[in-house]
Write a protein that binds this ligand. Structure first.
Ligand SMILES: Nc1ncnc2c1ncn2[C@@H]1O[C@H](COP(=O)(O)OP(=O)(O)O)[C@@H](O)[C@H]1O
Ligand SMILES: Cc1ncc(COP(=O)(O)O)c(N)n1
Length: 281
């Protein structure tokens, strides 16, 4: 995919050379997570970003205050508006709160045959639940088999597999279970919730890859999972192979955390702009 990654003011854009990515997720009016984080990431990585909103969430850096799920028909309509008009080269899903909503999404995406990154959002950084229990089970059984990559953090990987995770070996074991038992295309188990270096494990069904970054001592990690999975989606949409897409995205998220904004009185948001500037230095 030829994208506008190196900007040339003389370049002529056509439908064929713009990489378009879609996020299907909930909102964050405070701008750090969900759709807002995804679109900021797409923009910084030179991908044309689009969105289907599942739930409107009243939240900020301190937690979730209220949630309003959009009517199923309206979620469906948003898909049709995008898919009947603009090409999509890769997509990701974040917060999908109910089984009914997951069913609609499954129906819409199962015939797309483009990279699909599933961030199995279950709980916000603040600890507030974002999807119901039935939906967690449905996600495991019906959405995982459709994915190119699923990106659970430690509690999410523990829920999906029913195994407890304390070591890197545990992360490798659950990554294998997620791929071989639940049918995900690949699994990226994120170690943000462990101690020591921030280590993530990727298993693609054949090889195991380890991504290590120094742990940054900050409480400002609101939206890290969203930003990371949106970055991977951006690179996959541009045709970058999965292990390299994760490597580039790991650098992006690490820099976004390193320069995170000390905004709000809770967990502040990551800095997408600084992450891109570090990448082009
Ligand atoms: N304090 C930190 N310093 C450096 N990297 C971190 C830190 N916290 C999380 N990460 C990294 O951020 C990414 C998102 O991970 P994580 O926080 O586990 O996901 P989630 O937001 O879904 O809970 C992973 O690459 C993880 O290793
Ligand atoms: C709408 C929405 N989606 C996802 C998250 C999780 O955020 P995080 O990346 O911090 O786990 C969130 N807080 N809100």
């Amino acid at each position: 995919m030829d994208t506008y990654n190196s900007f040339d003011s003389n370049k002529v854009f056509t439908q064929k050379n713009i990489c378009c990515a879609l996020t299907i997720a909930g909102t964050d009016p405070s701008g750090g997570a969900g759709i807002h984080a995804d679109l900021k990431t797409f923009q910084e990585l030179k991908v044309y970003g689009m969105s289907v909103i599942t739930s409107v969430v009243a939240q900020n850096t301190t937690g979730v205050q209220d949630v309003h799920h959009l009517p199923i028909d309206f979620v469906s309509q948003q898909f049709d508006s995008v898919l009947t008009d603009i090409p999509v080269h890769a997509f990701k899903t974040g917060m999908i709160a109910t089984v009914e909503m997951m069913k609609v999404i499954k129906e819409k995406v199962e015939n797309l045959h483009i990279p699909y990154v599933l961030d199995p959002v279950m709980v916000a950084t603040s600890g507030d639940a974002l999807i119901d229990k039935e939906a967690r089970n449905y996600l495991r059984e019906h959405l995982l088999p459709l994915t190119t990559l699923v990106t659970p953090n430690i509690p999410e990987a523990e829920f999906i597999t029913g195994k407890s995770i304390e070591t890197i070996e545990d992360m490798e074991d659950v990554a294998k279970v997620i791929v071989h038992q639940y049918g995900a295309g690949a699994a990226l188990v994120k170690g943000g919730h462990l101690t020591g270096d921030a280590i993530d494990i990727l298993y693609d069904g054949e090889d195991m890859y380890t991504y290590t970054a120094e742990r940054i001592h900050t409480k400002n990690t609101h939206g890290t999972g969203c930003t990371y999975s949106a970055a991977i989606t951006s690179y996959l949409g541009q045709g970058v192979p999965l292990p390299e897409a994760v490597d580039k995205s790991k650098q992006f998220i690490t820099n976004a955390i390193k320069h995170a904004f000390p905004l709000g009185s809770g967990n502040g948001p990551t800095n997408h702009f600084a992450a891109r500037m570090e990448a082009v230095k």
